[in-house]
Design a protein around this ligand. Structure first.
Ligand code: BES
Ligand code: MN
Ligand code: ZN
Length: 493
């Protein structure tokens, strides 16, 4: 589905959407229509209890020449305090029309006094909500297939084109992430993840480096290799570097994503029910890849490195056992109490490598790390852990502004000592209570002196069991808008 901007409504067939702020505005917005059409619209609003709530829609048809046109009144609410309002309106319109049979939608903003940025936001929401992945559905009936091909936004304020370019880059990244997260684990595994991303970033200016098992062994990445050793699919570490600051020596912002392409739990195997969800245990890595695409596509004026640590966690004759002791790249030893606490193991080595290779300005990891995160926060917020208050505040703000919301959790000595092991430097799993904090505390042991670090536990936010305003059921693309916004607000000045 494409989004275009125009001065005036086009010729030909289309559905018409009129966003409205207020009751009095309703009449004004309908003033282009004849008496009959206005009466129909007013009655439709009343009959559908349309009170212009944000993203509410009332629908009717009116006679237009020989034919009839579908008219959608879209609520904007009473005030504009919510940054995401226009995105939600766009998303709601697409949700309504995507498979309706309409092929074109005109959203007329004339006279609304909205900025070009707001108009681009409507387009963003509309296109974000249109994404679906029908690749494996060979028997979709015509009625189930999307019909909506184009959205024309009329009367956008100044600067809509520039704002749209940015949003469009963000959508490219978002869609890459959703695709990676949606693909099953027989299609996307460490090697194919790397290849898919390589193709997607071709010509973008992003430099790609990949470590294989041999190189990991040389570097002493025993924690990462231990997780991958039960799988016939070898692990990979993918590094994507974008140098946009104009000064290659400026320290980069570094993102590290957990990329377990399937998590069975290993020998500490998970129950069968719902295990298929663990194909999206690479949601952190997916978000990092998508963010790199967005950042490079819009040519962000910042140095950013994205690292995806990729492995498959399988039970096998060669899999690691509970009780095994592994030596991480940092030199610290880990007793593997539970092979299902594998995310923190792969991240430990990826974080050590990231710090030693790039001397990050800040290092932020994203991981579907703990089920406990979903118990704590549900599906609305991701958890934030950090050793730096300014970094935590900046991430929280970027989260609020982008719609990828974050909530901060504590770290500290009292939690940390519960990760001590009687046989090694630490164990990989502590008590169940405060499980997400235990995991974050483990990761913190791999943060080197002077590194500003944040950990985002995105277990509850990368996949949705019901449709949201900007996504259908399935992969949400959580994290892409957040990271893009975080870079834009803090490192491009
Ligand atoms: N990938 C899971 C966490 C997860 C669970 C994400 C459900 C999304 C939905 C992670 O590898 C895991 O298995 N964590 C364990 C840790 C425990 C063994 C200490 C968990 O949360 O149960
Ligand atoms: Mn696990
Ligand atoms: Zn996992």
């Amino acid at each position: 589905m494409k989004v275009t901007f125009a001065e005036a409504r086009p010729q030909g067939a289309y559905a018409l959407a009129l966003p409205v702020w207020s009751e009095s505005m309703l009449n004004e917005r309908l003033s282009g229509l004849d008496e009959n059409a206005r009466r129909l619209a007013a009655r439709a609003a009343e009959a559908q209890r349309f009170e212009r709530e944000p993203a509410a829609i009332a629908e009717t048809f009116y006679a237009e020449g020989e034919s009839a046109r579908r008219l959608l009144l879209a609520g904007l609410g009473g005030k504009r305090d919510d940054e995401a309002l226009f995105e939600r309106v766009g998303g709601a319109l697409t949700a309504k029309l995507l498979t309706s049979g309409e092929t074109r939608l005109v959203i007329d903003l004339s006279g609304l006094d909205v900025s070009g940025e707001d108009a681009a936001r409507i387009g963003f929401g509309a296109r974000a909500r249109s994404w679906r992945y029908d690749k494996y559905r060979t028997k979709l009936a015509k009625k189930q297939k999307p019909s909506l091909e184009e959205i024309v936004i009329v009367g956008a304020g100044q600067g809509a084109d520039v704002a749209w370019q940015r949003r469009s880059a963000l959508l490219d990244g978002l869609f890459l992430t959703r695709e990676l997260v949606t693909e099953p684990a027989n299609i996307i595994y460490p090697e194919t993840f790397v290849e898919r991303v390589r193709v997607e970033l071709e010509g973008s200016g992003v430099e790609i480096d990949v470590l294989d098992e041999g190189q990991m062994a040389e570097l002493g990445m025993g924690a990462l290799l231990g997780v991958g050793q039960g799988s016939v699919r070898p692990p990979r570490l993918l590094a994507m570097r974008w140098n946009g600051a104009g000064d290659a020596n400026r320290k980069p912002v570094v993102f590290v994503g957990k990329g377990i392409t399937f998590d069975t739990g290993g020998i500490s195997i998970k129950p069968a029910a719902g295990m298929e969800a663990m194909k999206w245990d690479m949601g952190g890595a997916g978000a990092v890849a998508g963010a790199m695409k967005a950042i490079a596509t819009r040519k962000a004026r910042a140095n950013v490195v994205g690292i995806c640590v990729l492995a498959e966690n399988m039970p096998d004759g060669n899999a690691q056992r509970p009780g095994d002791v592994v030596t991480s790249m940092s030199g610290q030893t880990i007793e593997v109490i539970n092979t299902d606490a594998e995310g923190r193991l792969v991240l430990a080595d990826a974080m050590t490598w990231a710090q030693r290779t790039y001397q990050p300005e800040v290092m932020i990891d994203l991981a579907t790390l703990t089920g406990a995160m979903i118990i704590a926060l549900g599906f609305e917020y991701a958890g934030l852990f950090s050793n730096d208050d300014q970094l935590a505040d900046r991430l929280t703000s970027a989260g609020a502004a982008s719609g990828d919301k974050l909530w901060r959790f504590p770290l500290g000595e009292a939690y940390d000592k519960q990760m001590d092991s009687p046989i090694a430097d630490m164990k990989n799993a502590g008590p169940r209570e405060g499980g997400s904090i235990m995991a974050a505390t483990f990761l913190q042991r791999f943060v080197e002196a002077g590194t500003k670090w944040a950990h985002l536990d995105v277990a509850g936010t990368v996949w949705a069991n019901k449709p949201g305003t900007l996504y259908d059921k399935g992969a949400t693309g959580y994290g892409v808008a957040l990271l893009d916004r975080f870079v834009a607000d803090n490192y491009e000045k």
